[in-house]
Design a protein around this ligand. Sequence first.
Ligand SMILES: *[C@@H]1O[C@H](CO)[C@@H](O)[C@H](O)[C@H]1NC(C)=O
Ligand SMILES: *[C@@H]1O[C@H](CO)[C@@H](O)[C@H](O)[C@H]1NC(C)=O
Ligand SMILES: *[C@@H]1O[C@H](CO)[C@@H](O)[C@H](O)[C@H]1NC(C)=O
Ligand SMILES: *[C@@H]1O[C@H](CO)[C@@H](O)[C@H](O)[C@H]1NC(C)=O
Ligand SMILES: *[C@@H]1O[C@H](CO)[C@@H](O)[C@H](O)[C@H]1NC(C)=O
Ligand SMILES: *[C@@H]1O[C@H](CO)[C@@H](O)[C@H](O)[C@H]1NC(C)=O
Ligand SMILES: *[C@@H]1O[C@H](CO)[C@@H](O)[C@H](O)[C@H]1NC(C)=O
Length: 315
Amino acid sequence: MSFITLLGAVACLAGVQAQNCLNTVNATGYLNYTTVTGYFLQDNPTTNASTFDYTATNFGLINRTYPSTDGLTANLTQWQKFEAQVNALNAAAPLNTAYKVLFMGRHGEGVHNAAESYYGTPAWNCYWAELNGNATNEWFDADLTPNGIKQALIAHDFWAHEIAVQKIPYPQSYYTSPLTRCLKTANYTFAGLEFPKYYPFVPTVRELLREGISIHTCDHRRSRTYIHNLFPTWNIDPSLTEYDQIWNGVTAETNAAQDARSKIVLDSIFSSDDHTWISITSHSGEIGSILRVLGHQSFSLSTGAVIPVLVKAEF
Ligand SMILES: *[C@@H]1O[C@H](CO)[C@@H](O)[C@H](O)[C@H]1NC(C)=O
Ligand SMILES: *[C@@H]1O[C@H](CO)[C@@H](O)[C@H](O)[C@H]1NC(C)=O
Ligand SMILES: *[C@@H]1O[C@H](CO)[C@@H](O)[C@H](O)[C@H]1NC(C)=O
Ligand SMILES: *[C@@H]1O[C@H](CO)[C@@H](O)[C@H](O)[C@H]1NC(C)=O
Ligand SMILES: *[C@@H]1O[C@H](CO)[C@@H](O)[C@H](O)[C@H]1NC(C)=O
Ligand SMILES: *[C@@H]1O[C@H](CO)[C@@H](O)[C@H](O)[C@H]1NC(C)=O
Ligand SMILES: *[C@@H]1O[C@H](CO)[C@@H](O)[C@H](O)[C@H]1NC(C)=O
């Protein structure tokens, strides 16, 4: 039994449904992740996450020189230099090592976020969050609010700007949580941008990128058929069941169990996808968990915010 399968078994014991535990890859051995620091403001301990604006800071990319671009006379943007640096790291890496850049976007404001502000967190947690909604608003598998759509469109405009002005590398693969607010955020963020034909915007919906399981109905997903009908051209991971087998309104996921399944989905992506520039659309709790697995400092994202991370994976 490989270490990965073993971790899968731990996640199963911790309450994640058996079906998802089969969704592992048979990589040879253990994958160890580290965040390569010194490139982004978000991995610097002095950066204040609560006031950080990714659109005002070039996604947080630090203005600096890199060993691989020293002496280059070409007039390259900071993102072009960073791309050259990442390519140089991969070219020099031993065969068991890969560097990837993950752009992790939190969904825009959902109906549940607005309701939590409206009712206050204690009343929300103790009562309202366990209902599917109130008389006028539904927050079961919460949809985006108009403000949430606006935040996703800000991300859209910022990507368009970064592509045009910074010549930022295009994402080569896209993954998203199966919850409506993430599906729609990914769509509003990337639909309508011009991408190379060989890196089309066709996300893969992954069960294990969903929000931490709680008894809140906002984290109860809709069916596979609903997801397919919403975005018929997108890929859906084969292990995603027709009906939600994980959320039950009674039990919740511990941080340790969530980190174990975050590692399973990262292991799966890192073992099966040889692209370097990867977009993930997920949730505050789940991105927090992925950051823990990557050894990144804690960095809370506001709704609609995006964080890039340079990851070193050693197989
Ligand atoms: C991994 O290997 C096990 C044991 O050989 C096998 O049963 C399982 O189907 C494999 N899983 C995948 C995803 O290939
Ligand atoms: C993972 O990598 C870090 C940093 O290189 C190292 O300290 C740690 O021991 C490694 N862990 C495993 C399980 O190999
Ligand atoms: C971060 O910014 C917030 C809002 O301005 C402030 O309340 C908080 O004290 C700051 N945190 C640190 C560590 O400076
Ligand atoms: C880097 O420099 C550019 C242009 O001088 C500036 O717009 C940008 O905000 C700077 N980025 C950071 C992260 O300091
Ligand atoms: C270098 O590129 C920047 C950004 O595209 C541009 O503003 C600047 O004029 C260019 N400088 C030269 C010397 O071409
Ligand atoms: C339902 O909750 C929303 C907040 O999400 C609030 O604006 C609305 O007034 C509430 N409806 C009723 C009938 O209380
Ligand atoms: C997807 O995004 C496009 C472009 O913003 C928008 O017109 C469309 O309504 C969105 N689809 C859904 C299902 O939200």
